[in-house]
Design a binder for this molecule. Structure first.
Ligand SMILES: *[C@@H]1O[C@H](CO)[C@@H](O)[C@H](O)[C@H]1NC(C)=O
Ligand SMILES: *[C@@H]1O[C@H](CO)[C@@H](O)[C@H](O)[C@H]1NC(C)=O
Ligand SMILES: *[C@@H]1O[C@H](CO)[C@@H](O)[C@H](O)[C@H]1NC(C)=O
Length: 252
């Protein structure tokens, strides 16, 4: 009986390894992760996108046992509000679904935030408001404002973002309001550990702009995905997933 059991487990073990080998052969050095730490990932899309853009990453993370929440920000994805209903200049109005979600977490509950592109701005806003609920904030080729680097300064550096939008999107034109709403402090925002994932072939937020933000607002860690464009969650989902697995292990 015991030997049968052992054989059974050996077969399962070998099958899993064979599968892993095949997947690795297909996807190069992107190793699928098996995380020992199960976390809650909250995925924040970029401008003009919605929760839908994360479907590959959501599936991979869930199959690895993590809890995953992919949100639609206001007037994004299938969120029923339309841009024309938004108070055009308010970042807080745009980011409200994420703020509501963070506020709904239980007192001791912590999440790993993952923001893509302009999603980095919304993520920063909640880092300032809920720093104690965030194990790590992952900026995937994303806007990364900081206490000493405002959204306005970054967007002045960026020329191609506005051209790449899929769904019309508020450009936060009231500078004074935006600066007030997105004010970040060293004590709160600055207390959250940040990882920046650089994508070197990004033509929307190009590598030099990513490096420029990293230099002015240094994160805890920088990871690189070479040979990939802005939409890394479509083009290199396994590599991104494996990095998120490493982050799940390292940041609690
Ligand atoms: C996932 O997170 C949600 C929202 O915080 C929570 O209600 C749910 O219980 C969590 N699920 C698991 C399996 O932990
Ligand atoms: C803030 O940014 C300015 C301009 O980029 C720079 O000169 C200054 O050293 C920065 N201060 C800190 C504390 O990083
Ligand atoms: C990415 O490419 C750069 C420059 O070619 C190289 O130095 C770096 O090691 C590469 N990084 C990864 C993670 O592949």
């Amino acid at each position: 009986m015991e030997i049968k059991k052992q054989r059974y487990f050996l077969i399962i073990y070998l099958t899993i390894n064979l599968f892993t080998l095949l997947v690795n052969a297909e996807f190069g050095n992107s190793q699928p992760t098996i995380s020992s730490q199960k976390r809650h990932f909250v995925l924040v899309h970029g401008a003009g996108h919605g929760a839908w853009c994360w479907y590959k990453i959501t599936t991979l993370l869930q199959s690895d046992g993590h809890n995953v929440t992919a949100l639609d920000l206001t007037a994004s994805g299938i969120n029923p509000r339309q841009i024309r209903d938004l108070k055009f200049s308010s970042v807080l109005d745009y980011v409200q679904p994420l703020i509501n979600f963070m506020a709904s977490l239980k007192p001791k509950e912590k999440v790993i935030l993952v923001g893509h592109s302009l999603g980095g701005l919304g993520m920063s806003v909640v880092m300032e408001r809920f720093p104690e609920k965030i194990s790590a904030a992952v900026f995937v080729t994303a806007f990364m404002p900081g206490p000493n680097l405002t959204y306005i300064t970054i967007s002045e550096e960026d020329f191609s973002l506005a051209l790449s939008l899929l769904r019309p999107f508020p450009l936060f034109t009231d500078e004074a309001l935006v600066l007030k709403e997105t004010k970040l402090t060293k004590d709160k925002y600055g207390s959250v550990r940040r990882v920046f994932i650089v994508c070197d072939q990004d033509l929307t937020i190009d590598e030099s702009l990513q490096r420029w933000m990293i230099e002015r607002n240094p994160p805890t860690e920088v990871k690189i995905i070479n040979g990939t464009d802005h939409m890394v969650m479509f083009t290199r989902p396994l590599k991104l997933f494996s990095y998120l697995g490493e982050i799940a292990e390292k940041y609690d």
